[in-house]
Design a binder for this molecule. Structure first.
Ligand SMILES: [Zn+2]
Length: 484
């Protein structure tokens, strides 16, 4: 009742002509650049998401929210009345399918307050994801699951801009967790009840977290599967091979968080610290028997891996380049930006002792080897760490880092689009550019096949055939990330 009352009150102060007979407005209109029902994207380079090499001088016709036709520019017939965009010098690729897209922001460090809290960012994160080209996203762990479900409903109803969201339930965690917002599952029964409760509320995936007890993880996996839902994990108490044997569908972050490499590890117990990462950085050979056996186990059990290179990179000294980081500043509240610069400077001061450059290289080599062995690698943003990686920006940086890892630009795009679509069981609708597919398309300036950093220069993001203006989406978040 409050909104109509407020509107009525407002009308008392406005000219009657403004308040009477108003058309119902599309709340997304301020963010839309290309609202036309039929659009032709002409003379554009296409990277179709399958991993195939780029094709020059193509034309796509979008109609009814779908790709009606796609092919060489001189062979595609453009319907009369279509809005025609000449995209010479641009590249198009499928809307990104982001597989680690939290709707929260890890708060600025507060040394006088001890608890580590995470602030909800549902008013800014979906806009930044969409602006960066993410048209479908999995939230991969929720701090405020009711709020996440609410923003998904608003996006689906066309009331808020953002990607289509697969909402992951609350982090399924255990006793000893350092995150006070997480549930501490007592046992298998508690895990089953929690999974069923949130599945009833409408979440569509689950994620287990570092301190979950093995028996709770096994029960959560089985309960999720009984509901036809998938479950991923950022694990610690349970190693990757143990989780694969239990039937988990996906593991986040890659080898750096596999606790089997932590010296002195006790099964079922998560011991804090980065000893495992340091060990991998300094001693573990990606071509050695333990890693090769791990890769074999994951591939054999059809366990997908989500690459989150951008957040790992942010912990390495003097990375990412300032050129990249300054793009995020306008979206951030000033304290958050100051905190990022301060932490970055502190990391740079201890550069000589950092094992992160070596760790990042090992993670990249693992991801290459996993794909070479037939593993399903997907990509996500994971806007966490010390706050340097914002929603959307991290997805773009992830593509650049996949190329640094040795994938071709076409493979990097495939990992971030059709691989995620395949995991979600949505590959018939999204993830590639072909006739009949949903018109989820990113238009960027430049030639992505020659220079992957072109993904930062987004001109339009089409979601279901509607062309959004990234500048306007980003403008609407100005100074807000870190607050809401
Ligand atoms: Zn995460």
């Amino acid at each position: 009742m409050r909104a109509p009352l407020k509107a009525a009150a407002l009308c008392l102060f406005m000219a009657i002509s403004l308040c009477s007979a108003q058309e119902p407005k599309n709340p997304l209109a301020p963010y839309i650049a290309i609202p036309d029902a039929v659009v032709a994207l002409t003379h554009v380079e296409v990277m179709d998401g399958t991993g195939a090499p780029a094709r020059a001088d193509q034309t796509l016709v979008l109609s009814g929210g779908k790709i009606q036709s796609i092919g060489p520019a001189d062979s595609v017939r453009i319907p009369a009345g279509a809005r025609i965009l000449d995209l010479t010098g641009r590249t198009v690729f499928p809307g990104l399918v982001g597989m680690h897209e939290h709707l929260f922001y890890t708060e600025t460090d507060t040394p006088l307050l001890n608890e580590y809290l995470v602030g909800q960012a549902q008013q800014t994160a979906p806009r930044l994801y969409l602006a960066a080209g993410v048209t479908s996203g999995r939230t991969t762990g929720s701090m405020e699951p009711y709020a996440d479900l609410s923003i998904r409903r608003a996006i689906a109803a066309g009331l808020e801009p953002g990607p289509d969201l697969d909402i992951t339930g609350p982090y399924l965690d255990g006793p000893g967790t350092i995150l006070p917002q997480n549930v501490q599952l007592r046992d298998a029964a508690d895990a089953r009840e929690t999974v069923n409760y949130w599945a009833d509320q409408g979440v569509t995936s689950f994620k287990a977290y570092m301190w979950i007890k093995p028996e709770a993880l096994k029960a959560a996996i089985d309960a999720a599967h009984a509901r036809g839902l998938k479950i991923t994990g950022h694990l610690c108490s349970v190693s990757f091979p143990e989780a694969a044997a239990m039937g988990i569908d996906n593991l986040e972050h890659g080898i750096l968080v596999d606790s089997e490499f932590k010296p002195g590890r006790k099964p079922g117990v998560c011991s804090p610290g980065n000893a495992g990462i340091a060990n991998i950085a300094e001693h573990v050979d990606i071509n050695g028997p333990q890693v090769q056996s791990l890769i074999h186990t994951l591939v054999e059990h059809h366990v997908a891996v989500t690459s989150t290179l951008a957040v790992f990179e942010s912990i390495a000294p003097n990375r990412p380049p300032m050129r990249f980081l300054v793009r995020e500043q306008e979206s951030m509240m000033p304290q958050a930006w100051a905190s990022v610069l301060e932490t970055r400077a502190a990391i740079a001061e201890h550069a000589a002792q950092s094992y992160w450059p070596a760790a990042l290289k090992k993670e990249m080599a693992f991801e290459r080897a996993f794909v070479a062995a037939g593993g399903l690698l997907m990509a996500g943003c994971d806007p966490t760490g010390y706050g340097a990686i914002l929603p959307g920006y991290g997805d773009q940086r992830g593509l650049e880092l996949l190329v640094e890892a040795g994938f071709t630009p076409a493979q990097a795009i495939q990992i971030a689009t059709s691989n995620g679509a395949r995991y979600l069981g949505r590959e018939k609708e999204i993830g590639t550019l072909a006739a009949g597919k949903q018109a989820d398309i990113v238009v960027v300036r430049g030639d992505v096949a020659k220079d992957i950093t072109a993904v930062e220069y987004v001109e339009y993001v089409f979601k279901k055939g509607v062309g959004y203006d990234p500048e306007k989406l980003i403008d609407s978040t100005r100074g807000m990330v870190g607050i809401r």
